[in-house]
Structures are given as structure tokens and as C-alpha cells.
Design a binder for this molecule. Structure first.
Ligand code: DC
Length: 656
């Protein structure tokens, strides 16, 4: 099953247009669940029935089929195309009643879940109960909302036919009434899922709203990386080519033909573009013995990949098998690149020109072994890559690093959090590394705790070398989105504790500080701890602190809400207009200090990125760091960013 994005929200918030825009861009499927409820309503009206069980029966007799193509979604009832018919005022007026029937919902739930499970790469599903009921495990949940007036205005524009023309107030009333019915019904009412990101689209354009979702998908690495499959007969140098792409020797290269027995994928990067290269076994036209499996693998690779690279040993030239492979490759209707390998000199390049005859366009002459022209080849490949590919490496579980110096109780905390519902998982899908992560359910969601093997191991060898402990923490932090730093509340905050907290801040990750062993904190200790917090933790005042006793489990339920708050802040985006009106007020009240007789002017600001939020302020002159810190403090007061570091930078522009 592919990545599921759930988009819930009230009528007219822009769910359909936004969801379709995102699905189209990602080349994913799209499911409008409201259309299904409308379809059931349409059917009820056609059959002149009102009882829930009658409707269910009718749905069984005349099943609904949704065509999940975001460019032209369609709904059929049996073989009638009702795509247009379900938008009528009659259907709109009744759909909330029909969709409130539990029996109808149960029937349509099945239809929805079947469609979702059929999505290969990904699907954007919009509705009212997607994140809560239909796809509670969705990798990304969006709650899209807007002011009633804005929604009424948008709906009014959609209603084109004069017969449907209603005043904005009337549309608003009908929306409000539907919202009310949809939110108060007993079976799966419209609700915000605990782990949903709320987007208020009142002041956002369709493009901005879709862009915001895209940004989240990208940041959470839910958009698959493109895959380039290297195909060709055995021993043409595919693995050597992979090594060349990787810039280091990792793929197995041996002289025995067909050594790479399986599809193996490696992560590559070229000029800032990330992609996967898939090394396949050789291709044999007439499979025999072990080669049967190998060519099957090549076929699978062709199915899976986004770009197909045919590798030919130019010193041997194209053989009959290659012609057969070319035919197979063409059938895939995917971008193809022809690589003529083992070309070490201009003379050899001239000889290899015969490969034009394969009809695949210009051969790319390279020497994988010596690196000749491999940069040019990578340039060509990168140009062929689609924006979103087939290599999905993340499952959407939020990634948590549990860190802290030895003996603060990390492993007892892990044990009490994990309870018995523990699942060990590989850190990257499709690779064979140690299972080091654990999936742990907390507060109704599943979280990926990173490198827990490290925690469990380190607990036994309490005084492991500092260097490796730091390295391991660093690596866990790199993969994490949020760090839980565990301190021992019963002992003074140490240098090492502070170093770890600084590491989190520098890595730009969200942060939660757990004050563990709270059962050992008496009144005296609490007084000194407060002093230590004032003195040492004031720089990370924004981090939430959770007092907790891992030994007894006291307050362990506080962790999930804290994690959610921190991640929400970490991924937050402030609309440019709001940011600048805030800044305008701030500057008017407290202008930047004069420096060297000149007063720097603040031109405008923008949020350059999320995770963590990064702001850039454009000015005409240097801003003192104290003033920058002042801006950061005011930003936090105004917009609230608990649990995340902020980055505020200044760019000086010449006066125009
Ligand atoms: O999104 P829409 O306006 O086309 O949805 C039509 C109705 O269907 C809406 O008033 C509520 C209902 N609905 C629902 O109950 N659950 C869903 N997942 C989607 C829609």
C-alpha cells in the first residue's frame, strides 16, 4: 500500500481542489469520499427510498465505483456516470442526513478502504473522518479549515448554473447547517485527529495551501525518491557504475558474471538531487538455471523504476539479447537512457557509435571503471528524474531520539513506554541493517523511537567511551525529528546534560526535556533544581519540561502530548502577511538601535522554511544580535513555538 494523506475539514474549505493539486503533482491517486456519500444520496433519491437498510441494499445492487484519477475523478453508480448529478442542490440538501446513517457509513467505509489499499504509490483522501476512522494510520493528516464567510464565497463561485444561484448568505446558511449536522452526528463526526496539522486557508490561495501540504510531505520525506534501474546483460559493468555513482565502493563487484543476484538499491546524490540507483542481476533472453530468477528480477526492476538505464559493454557491442531487452524496455513507456560502458578513449567512442542503431537515441559513452564522463552521465540522468518517485523510505511515523548521559534512566523510560507492544524495525526499508528502531504506541499514535538498541546496550556498559556515545547520539539526532533529552532530576544538572541539549538545538530538532526520577526529588532538591533550571536552561526556555518517574510510570502519559506540541511548532508556518504586520507593529514600537550613526531599516521578513522554522529578515543595515534575539522573543510571544528552536537570520540589502 502507498502513502496515505488524509485531508479532513468542513465543506468549502478547499479540500477537493487542494487534494487534487497535491495528488496530481505527486502522480498519486485521489479519493473524494464526499462524492461517495453524495452518490448514496443520489441513489436513494432515484430509488425513492429513505430507510438506511434500503439504501444499503440499493448500494449492493447498484455499487458505486470511484475513478481515483486526480485529473478527472469520476463516480459511477453501476454503469451510470453520476459525476455531475451528485452536485445538484437536491443531493447537497440531503447528503448530511444520509451520511449520518451508521449502516450507510459502514457500507461506504469498505468501499473507501478497498480503494485506499489499491493505491500503489500514494493517495490523497479527503472527507470528514479520514484521519480518525477511515485511515487512522495515514502518514500525514491535514485538517483544512477556513472562516464560514470565506467558505460560503468559494462555494458560491462553484455553483454555476442559474438554477443553483443562491445568495452568499443562503450558501453560508446551508454550509453552516451541514457543518452542524456533520459535526454532531454520533457515527464518525467531523473531528480533528490528535496528530493532524491544521491549515487555515482563509487567507491562503489554492496554490499556497497545496504548497504547504507539499512542504510537509517533503520535510517528512513521504515523497518517494526516483529510482533509476541499471539493466543489461551480466558483466557489462553495472555494479562498477553504481560504485561510480556512489563515489565509494559499496556495491558488490566481482568478476564472476551475474554476481549481483537481487535488486539492490542505493541512495545517491548528484548536484543536490537525491535518487536511488537500483542494481539488477543480468538479463538473459532465454533464461536457464539460475538466470531465470535473475531476469525475473530485471523485469520487476523495470516495473518499479522511474528511469530505465540500459548498460551495454561497448567493447562487446549490442547482442541479440540486447535487442530483446530494448523491446521490453520500450513497452514500459518510461524514460530510457542508453549507457555505453567501458569506453576509455575518443577512439573507442567512435567505435561505439554503432550503438545508435539500437534506436534509443544518443548513447552515453562512459568508463565506469575510470570515471570517464560519469559526471555528464549523471547530469543527463538527473534531468530525466520525475519530482516524485517510487522509492518510499518513510512510513510516516514521527521519529523520536531518546538521549541523555548514562544512568539517567533512558532504558527504564523506554521499557515503560514500550510496555509489551514492541516491534523492532530496520532503520531503512529494503536494507539489511540491524533492527535498531522500535515502534511504540503512545497517546493513540505510533512513534518510531530511533536507535533503541544503542540505549539498551549502553545501559549495561554504563561507562562506554564518551566519543562513541556522542557519535551515536549525533547519528540518532540526525535521523530524528524530535529529541527527548532525559535528565536525572535527583542530581545536579551537569555539563554533559547541557552539551546534549546544545546538540539538539544545533541539529535544529524539536526538544523535550524529561526530568526523570522525580520520585527521588524532595522539597530541598526541588528548590535547588529550580535554581539550576533558571541558571542553565534559560537558553532553552522554549523547551517543554516533563517531570516523570520512569520507575513507576508516573506522568508517562505526559510525553505524547508534549511530543505533538513540539512537532507542531517545529513544522509551523506563519503566513507572510501575518509575519509582516506583526513586524511592522514591532518596529514602530521598538525600532532597531542606531549603529555607527545610521539606523538600519527593516524592509520585510519571510519564513524561509520549516522544521525548524527559519525566518529571514531583510534590512538595509546590520542588526545587533541583541535586537535579533528580541525579535525572536517577540515572535515566540506572538505566534507561540513551544518545543522548537527558531532560526532568525538577517540579510542586508542595498537601499534601492
Ligand atoms: O465534501 P462534500 O461536501 O462533497 O461532502 C458531502 C457530505 O458528505 C458532507 O456534508 C458530509 C458527508 N461526508 C461524510 O460524512 N464523511 C466523509 N468522509 C465525507 C463526506
Amino acid at each position: 500500500m502507498g502513502i496515505v494523506v488524509a485531508v479532513d475539514g468542513p465543506s468549502g474549505a478547499g479540500k477537493s481542489s487542494t487534494s487534487r493539486a497535491v495528488a496530481t503533482r505527486a502522480k498519486w491517486d485521489y479519493l473524494d469520499t464526499g462524492a461517495l456519500y453524495r452518490g448514496a444520496t443520489w441513489l436513494a433519491q432515484r430509488e425513492k427510498i429513505t430507510e438506511p437498510l434500503e439504501i444499503v441494499e440499493a448500494l449492493e445492487k447498484f455499487p458505486l465505483t470511484f475513478i481515483a484519477n486526480p485529473l478527472s475523478p469520476k463516480l459511477f453508480c453501476a454503469d451510470v456516470d453520476i459525476t455531475e448529478a451528485i452536485r445538484s442542490q437536491e443531493v447537497t440538501d440531503q447528503v448530511s442526513q444520509v451520511s449520518a446513517f451508521p449502516a450507510v457509513r459502514a457500507q461506504l467505509l469498505e468501499v473507501q478502504q478497498k480503494l485506499i489499499s489499491k493505491a500503489e504509490r500514494g493517495i490523497v483522501v479527503e472527507g470528514r473522518d479520514i484521519g480518525t476512522v477511515v485511515a487512522p494510520d495515514a502518514a500525514l493528516k491535514i485538517f483544512l479549515t477556513a472562516d464560514l464567510t470565506a467558505r460560503a464565497l468559494r462555494r458560491e463561485k462553484e455553483l454555476e448554473s442559474p438554477a443553483d444561484a443562491l445568495s452568499t448568505e443562503a450558501v453560508g446558511q446551508s454550509l453552516a447547517q451541514r457543518d452542524h449536522l456533520d459535526s454532531t452526528r454520533t457515527t464518525s463526526p467531523l473531528m480533528v485527529a490528535a496528530d493532524a496539522i491544521t491549515i487555515d486557508s482563509t487567507e491562503l490561495s489554492l496554490h499556497e495551501t497545496a504548497q504547504r501540504i507539499w512542504e510537509l510531505l517533503k520535510e517528512r520525506r513521504l515523497l518517494g525518491l526516483p529510482i533509476v534501474a541499471l539493466l543489461g546483460r551480466p558483466n557489462v559493468g553495472k555494479s562498477t557504475l553504481v560504485n561510480r555513482f556512489l563515489g565509494r565502493r559499496e556495491a558488490i563487484v566481482e568478476d564472476t558474471p551475474g554476481v549481483t543476484r537481487d535488486r539492490v538499491t542505493y541512495e545517491c546524490e548528484w548536484n543536490g538531487r537525491e535518487f536511488m540507483v537500483m542494481d539488477t542481476g543480468g538479463w538473459e533472453a532465454k533464461p536457464d538455471g539460475i538466470s531465470v530468477g535473475v531476469s525475473g528480477i530485471a523485469e520487476l526492476a523495470m516495473e518499479e523504476a522511474d528511469v530505465l538505464a540500459l548498460v551495454i559493454d561497448s567493447q562487446v557491442g549490442a547482442l541479440d539479447e540486447d535487442d530483446i531487452l530494448v523491446r521490453e524496455l520500450r513497452k514500459m513507456k518510461k524514460p530510457i537512457i542508453l549507457i555505453a560502458n567501458k569506453v576509455d578513449s575518443p577512439v573507442e567512442e567512435t567505435q561505439a557509435h554503432a550503438l545508435w542503431n539500437l534506436g534509443l537515441g544518443e548513447p552515453q559513452f562512459v568508463s565506469a571503471l575510470h570515471g570517464r564522463s560519469s559526471g555528464d552521465l549523471l547530469d543527463k540522468i538527473v534531468k530525466l528524474l520525475p519530482e516524485v518517485g517510487a522509492a518510499q523510505s518513510q512510513d510516516g511515523y514521527r521519529r523520536v531520539a531518546l538521549i541523555g548521559r548514562p544512568n539517567v534512566g533512558k532504558s527504564s523510560l523506554l521499557n515503560i513506554l514500550a510496555g509489551t507492544t514492541r516491534a523492532l524495525v530496520d532503520d531503512v526499508a529494503g536494507t539489511t541493517r540491524d533492527p535498531v528502531d522500535e515502534l511504540i504506541e503512545l497517546g493513540g499514535s505510533i512513534w518510531r523511537f530511533i536507535d533503541t538498541a544503542g540505549i539498551r546496550k549502553r545501559a549495561n556498559q554504563s561507562s562506554g567511551t564518551d566519543y562513541y556515545a556522542t557519535l551515536r547520539t549525533q547519528m540518532a539526532l540526525e535521523r530524528a525529528e524530535v529529541a527527548v533529552v532525559v535528565l536525572d532530576a535527583s542530581t545536579p544538572i551537569s555539563e554533559q546534560d547541557l552539551r546534549i541539549i546544545t546538540m539538539v538545538e544545533e541539529a535544529g530538532k524539536a526538544l523535550i526535556i524529561v526530568m526523570n526520577k522525580w520520585d527521588l526529588v524532595d522539597e530541598d532538591r526541588q528548590i535547588s533544581l529550580d535554581r539550576e533550571i533558571d541558571r542553565h536552561l534559560d537558553v532553552v526556555e522554549w523547551a517543554q519540561r516533563v517531570n516523570l518517574a520512569a520507575k513507576t510510570g508516573w506522568h508517562r502519559d505526559r510525553l505524547a502530548p508534549a511530543l505533538r506540541t513540539a512537532l507542531t511548532s517545529w513544522e509551523k508556518r506563519i503566513p507572510t502577511s501575518r509575519l509582516n504586520s506583526f513586524l511592522g507593529t514591532l518596529i514602530a514600537a521598538t525600532p532597531p538601535p542606531v549603529r555607527g550613526g545610521k539606523q538600519p531599516k527593516i524592509l520585510y521578513a519571510t519564513q524561509a522554511g520549516i522544521a525548524p522554522p527559519r525566518f529571514v529578515i531583510f534590512t538595509t543595515g546590520f542588526l545587533e544580535s541583541s535586537y535579533r534575539r528580541f525579535i525572536e522573543r517577540r515572535l515566540r510571544e506572538e505566534f507561540g513555538f513551544p518545543g522548537t528552536p527558531l532560526q532568525v537570520s538577517v540579510r542586508v540589502r542595498e537601499r534601492e
